[in-house]
Design a protein around this ligand. Structure first.
Ligand code: SAM
Length: 288
């Protein structure tokens, strides 16, 4: 039996290896090298420029945690903007809410989405839904130019290298602020607290300069380096710790595999080493 492994080398300090059954797709787009493999332990996996994006084994955790804390907090999320998210997992989760009327997904790289449609239906199966508008363009330019307004913006970006770099700066978040309704929420993929604390600090600071509520949520991610990963939350009004609406479970089309109300509150409790670096930018804990 062949012994092929694919390895993500993260920040030149750690490598994560997955044993490969079969290479399903590889291509070079104008933006990155796109690879889809079938693995022995994690099912099908997408890697962009050698960086692991999703695996079938644990994508449900990432997609639950990037979507549901915000969607269960907003009073009536109807229009959703997803920046990046080309594998489709975020769109799949957003569509579970019956209140949702329209989802715009702005992915810079059509090759990523096509490769996932062809090989990873587990994440991409809802991208053809009539509520979904797919746009293949730069998310930074889209938020700067669009006249549309959204209730929730989800920045499901890759790591801050290559085309994703501007998704981690203030001009982009000013654009996100402008496209959000008055009760709007933004959630962003915010990397590892162990390896990217400076970047987390930057995102928390930028959001604190624009939004009234800023929080950080952690969760464990089986296939990302360091295990613990973060999502940064910001909003104009709604606080996930005060405005969580349990009744919304009744309106769902589908169920959650990872997220529940206890995880919702637990995720926003972050460890001291991370708190020491970013607490000055986070909203105070209720009743403190
Ligand atoms: N779960 C993943 C992770 O954290 O590693 C993210 C998944 S998703 C596939 C990230 C997507 O963001 C990539 O497909 C990439 O092409 C897209 N992307 C990067 N920069 C972008 C930009 N400026 N505008 C829109 N999409 C972008």
């Amino acid at each position: 039996m062949e012994n092929i492994w694919v390895e993500e080398v993260f920040k030149d300090v750690i490598g994560l290896r997955f044993r490969v059954k079969e290479i399903l797709f590889q291509g070079q787009s104008p933006f990155q090298k796109v690879l889809v493999v079938d693995t022995y332990g994690h099912g099908k996996a997408l890697l962009n420029d050698g960086m692991l994006m999703v695996t079938e084994r644990d994508e449900f955790v990432y997609h639950d945690m990037i979507v549901h804390p915000a969607m269960m907090t907003h009073p009536n999320p109807k229009k959703i903007l997803v920046i990046g998210g080309g594998d489709g997992g975020t769109v799949r989760e957003v569509l579970k809410y019956k209140s949702v009327e329209k989802v715009v997904m702005v992915e810079i790289d059509e090759m990523v989405t096509q490769a996932c449609k062809d090989h990873i239906p587990q994440t991409s199966s809802k991208l053809g839904d009539p509520k979904v508008e797919l746009r293949f363009e730069d998310g930074v330019k889209y938020v700067a130019d669009t006249k549309e307004k959204f209730d929730v913006v989800i920045v499901d970006s890759s790591d801050p290298i290559g085309p994703a770099t501007p998704l981690f700066n203030k001009d982009f978040y000013q654009g996100v602020y402008n496209v959000l309704e008055d009760d709007g929420i933004v959630v962003s993929q915010c990397e590892s607290p162990y390896y990217e604390i400076e970047m987390q600090k930057t995102i928390a600071r930028i959001k604190s300069e624009l939004f009234s509520i800023v929080r950080m949520a952690n969760y464990t991610n089986l296939s990302y380096p360091g295990g613990m990963w973060s999502f940064s939350f910001a909003s104009k009004k709604c606080d996930p710790l005060k405005d969580f609406n349990k009744e919304r479970y009744k309106e769902l089309d589908g169920d959650f595999e990872y997220y529940n109300d206890q995880i919702h509150f637990g995720a926003f409790q972050i460890p001291n080493f991370q708190l020491k670096q970013i607490s000055e930018y986070l909203s105070p804990w209720p009743n403190q």
